[in-house]
Design a binder for this molecule. Structure first.
Ligand code: SAM
Length: 284
């Protein structure tokens, strides 16, 4: 068994390095031994596969990924964890740890440099404070990755994995569905972490499309329309779009009708194709 998920071992290692958890960096380390093997296996990591991990912490998930895949590159922002990872991952020669902020890294270049000729997947227990920005960066950068398997707050996973057009959906649901097919894998209780966060978590996998499911000439415009439509969830799509984009109501009304969308509907009722049709017609 991976001894790094044992709470006694974690405490011993961290106290030896004088480490204290940073709330600001979203440091909640996994102490439930059943989570990492399951997550690693479901991520698509394996023979011939390279893995990018974001935020390895002390390396509990990293070890599982190193066991089953050809190469792992882990990006950790906290330099205090680098000597810890040198120790906890010492028995693997297929790991590279990069001390950097994932939001600032050129991940396309990293993949070219580190994973030539390999299939690539992402697998990470993400820091909560940047869940959506990290996911959107991974998708918007159009990286050559097959799948992104991440642990996030349960509510965030439920929102992302909701059906487009259902009450639970939001702008992030539509945006993620443009690039990938999201699937909820399993939930993880807050007691599985040290320190325990206030809310439960969930692991989801995004299977990245080679080609988006809808054809657009201008995907930026599509995302602007989606954000505008969801900007005031309780209002009609007519009011949200016109006020958020400062457009005349009668103009937006005409565009919605021409797109086959009832101007009185709420954004959560619209389909991907509805948003696409509006973005093809609107001038912004
Ligand atoms: N993978 C470990 C585990 O499951 O126990 C730790 C996960 S912890 C939720 C998030 C990790 O992400 C921490 O190690 C934190 O230092 C790191 N982190 C936070 N912000 C980061 C960033 N912008 N870039 C890279 N790593 C970051």
């Amino acid at each position: 068994m991976n001894r790094l998920s044992d709470i006694g071992t974690i405490k011993e290692i961290l106290s030896r390095y004088g480490f204290n958890f940073s709330k600001g960096l979203g440091q909640n380390f996994l102490i439930n031994p059943s989570v990492c093997p399951r997550m690693a296996e479901l991520s698509g990591a394996g023979k011939g596969v390279g893995v990018i991990e974001i935020g390895p912490g002390i390396g509990v998930l990293t070890r599982e990924l190193c066991e089953i895949s050809d190469k792992v590159v882990a990006v950790e922002i906290d330099k205090r964890l680098i000597p810890v990872l040198d120790e906890t991952l010492a028995d693997f020669d297929n790991i590279k740890v990069i001390n950097d902020d994932v939001m600032k890294l050129d991940l396309k270049k990293l993949i070219e440099d580190e994973f030539e000729g390999m299939k690539v997947v992402v697998c990470a227990n993400l820091p909560y404070y940047i869940t959506s920005p990290v996911i959107m960066k991974l998708l918007e950068d159009k990286l050559p990755v097959e799948a992104i398997t991440v642990m996030v707050q349960k509510e965030a996973a439920q929102r992302i994995c909701a059906e487009v057009g259902s009450r639970e959906s939001g702008a992030v649901t539509v945006s993620v569905n443009y690039y990938s097919k999201p699937e909820m894998l399993f939930t993880v209780s807050s007691g599985s972490f040290m320190p325990a966060p206030k809310v439960d978590s969930a692991v989801m996998r995004l299977d990245v499309y080679k080609e988006p499911p809808i054809k657009l000439d201008d995907d930026k415009k599509f995302f602007t329309v989606v954000k505008a439509a969801f900007s005031q969830r309780r209002k009609t799509v007519l009011n949200s779009i016109s006020s958020s984009l400062a457009l005349e109501k009668n103009v937006v009304n005409g565009i919605l009708l021409d797109s086959g969308v009832d101007p009185r509907s709420r954004a959560e009722k619209l389909t991907m194709e509805d948003f696409a049709e509006i973005s093809r017609r609107i001038e912004i």
